[in-house]
Design a protein around this ligand. Structure first.
Ligand code: URA
Length: 205
């Protein structure tokens, strides 16, 4: 069994929070486990809970379209959520549920080791940069513990508010150049982190 299979197995048997009581299936994540890009959403919805796969409902169609728009397939990236079980009625995940699932999220980040983590919406952005406004910070890559975090609106937000779609499309267009820039950085580059003032951070866009 690979280390990744082991994480999936642990998630499948997880009872760390009460979301485990009502789930149909756990939704660990999908895609390439050696991807340069990891997308982190919020939580599974109805379709995800039924299929055990992330982003397979309406918001998933938006994500798949946006990926196709920059020439990527879902299998080129890794897609997961902050919590791996569906909250009832698609309510927001509680901080206790986010906390309970964070071990799995951290293990996935460590194992997959993506160059760029795209946070979709406020819950995943909040894991890395708590308390910051997504509408102000979206589209601005920031480093976090030696990794690049690239915050974007959640695809579902564009279903409720189509005026957000151009911003999301724009952020997707900048994604591959960002990955290239991170790959081109020398291995010992001193990646500025969130403790430093913004002007000392990488000047990307
Ligand atoms: N589907 C998911 O898998 N995650 C979300 O955040 C929303 C829909």
């Amino acid at each position: 069994m690979t280390d990744y299979d082991d994480i999936v197995k642990q998630i499948a048997g997880c009872t760390r929070c009460s979301l485990s009581e009502r789930r149909t299936r756990t939704v660990p994540g999908a895609g390439s486990t050696s991807a340069d890009i990891m997308f982190i959403g919020e939580a599974p919805g109805y379709n995800e809970d039924q299929q055990g796969l992330p982003f397979v409902g309406a918001a998933g169609n938006v994500l798949t379209d946006l990926l196709a728009g920059i020439g990527l397939r879902r299998s080129d990236v890794y897609i997961t959520n902050m919590v791996k079980c569906r909250p009832n009625n698609n309510r927001d995940p509680l901080s206790s549920e986010l906390e309970a699932c964070s071990t799995y999220m951290d293990a996935q980040i460590g194992l997959i080791n993506p160059k760029v983590i795209v946070t979709l919406g406020r819950f995943s952005f909040g894991k890395f940069f708590p308390g910051r406004s997504i509408s102000r910070e979206r589209g601005k890559p920031r480093s976090w513990r030696g990794r690049m975090i690239y915050p974007m609106y959640h695809p579902a937000a564009t279903l409720h508010n189509p005026r957000l779609r151009p911003a999301l499309e724009n952020d997707f267009r900048n994604l591959l150049p960002l990955v290239e820039e991170v790959i081109a950085m020398p291995p010992d580059a001193d990646v500025a982190d969130e403790e430093k003032p913004p002007e000392q951070q990488m000047s990307l866009f």
